[in-house]
Design a protein. Structure first.
Length: 379
């Protein structure tokens, strides 16, 4: 159903089969992901892990990304956490620390095997995989899929963050747990009303106890949003009594209680939470099947120097600590203690989770070929 505002309401099937979603334990590969802060990557080879793949980042005339494994004896170019980091003997090249094989950064081609002389017959016969890499919004973006990217990096960055007047701050932290649990936690309708009730962020705020949820696909076709109506703050629960109990210092309503602030999610696992005057974006970047990188991006849109300074101070001293550390650490706590696989018994608010899974199942670039082949076989 398409509403007058261009949003189309999502109808969630009661019985679902998440075959494709379940198979994406190490992430969706046909997408660009933020993997590092640009400022943190210099000439020294730096290791990152994305979708189960060990990758080394290095800056030369531009930024390069290669598989973090020398084809000779599998030594990681990054040193694998030891000081044995690959050297930079020649411009545009990387030299493996063990036996001196030299690789061209642009192509990954073996350009020389120093300890076998200038006429080494192995030269030109060995390659290291290279990865497409870009820099936007102060971060490094990497494409872990096979072959050339099917879309430019801008296609996988919310356009609000690319606006000329966007002031963007980001931080990143490693977390236990699968990226899908983290994304589902972000878009989960109900946990904030209980888990975050005793966080510092909620000390002086009244958090709703429950509400009615509506799910929409936004007009751009990318974001799945959940809206709120019929918001309740205190109710009688049969046989138990009144909940929650508010102390008299709870004077403000939590921003999540505002009907206009729809939380949204899009592929490959990006959350958007709008607040008055600014927004939070979160990426749940798949490292491997058991860990993910939690990338928080905060944005405000202004060209005023004074407003920028106020926003910097607000973000640095309040949001970064009170919200991003304490409140989001509660999320990390839950995601980290969930077992690798488990039976599920969903309740009404979990329609947000099943709608997200359905979005992945039906629109993920990785699955297009599979979905088409399955449909062809069925006909
Ligand atoms: S392991 Fe890299 S050159 Fe031998
Ligand atoms: Fe949360």
């Amino acid at each position: 159903m398409v509403g007058t505002d261009g949003r189309s309401e999502v109808r969630v099937p009661s019985i679902a089969n998440w075959k494709l979603y379940d198979s994406a334990a190490e992430g969706l590969r046909e997408y660009w992901y933020p993997v590092a802060q640009s400022a943190a990557i210099g000439r020294r080879p730096t290791h990152v892990k994305l979708c189960g793949q060990d990758i080394v980042l290095v800056r030369d005339s531009r930024l390069f990304a290669l598989e973090d494994r020398c084809p000779h004896r599998c030594v990681p170019f990054s040193g694998g956490g030891t000081p044995a980091v690959a050297k930079r003997d020649f411009a545009g090249h990387l030299t493996c620390r063990y036996h001196g094989w030299v690789f061209e950064l642009e192509s990954g081609r073996l350009a020389a095997a120093l300890t076998d002389g200038p006429d080494s017959p192995i030269v030109g016969k060995v390659h290291v995989r290279t990865y497409p890499v870009q820099e936007r919004c102060g971060m490094v973006w990497l494409w872990p899929g096979e072959g050339e990217p099917s879309v430019p990096v801008e296609a996988d960055i919310p356009e609000e963050l690319l606006a000329a007047d966007a002031r963007v701050y980001s931080r990143s932290s490693p977390r236990r747990g699968n990226w899908r649990y983290a994304t589902e936690n972000g878009f989960d309708e109900s946990h904030a009303k209980y888990l975050h009730r005793d966080s510092i962020w909620a000390w002086f705020r009244k958090i709703p106890s429950f509400n009615t949820m509506t799910l929409f696909i936004e007009p751009d076709g990318k974001w799945l949003s959940r809206g709120k109506s019929d918001i309740h703050f205190q109710q009688d629960y049969p046989g138990l009594g009144r909940w929650p109990h508010y102390h008299r210092l709870k004077v403000m309503k939590h921003p999540s209680s505002m009907k206009s602030s729809a939380t949204s999610v899009r592929l490959p696992g990006i959350l958007r939470v709008p607040y008055p005057g600014w927004s939070i974006f979160e990426w749940y970047v798949p490292v491997d099947a058991r860990t993910h990188q939690y990338v928080q991006v905060n944005a405000r849109w202004t060209n005023s120097l004074a407003a920028r300074l106020r926003w910097w101070a607000y973000y640095t001293f309040l949001i970064r600590n009170v919200q991003h550390r304490f409140l989001n650490n509660q999320d990390a706590w839950m995601i980290g203690i969930m077992p690798d696989s488990h039976p599920e018994r969903f309740f009404r608010p979990d329609a947000s989770i099943t709608a997200w899974r359905r979005l992945v199942e039906t629109t993920a670039r990785d699955f297009h070929g599979i979905v088409e082949a399955t449909a062809a076989m069925a006909n």
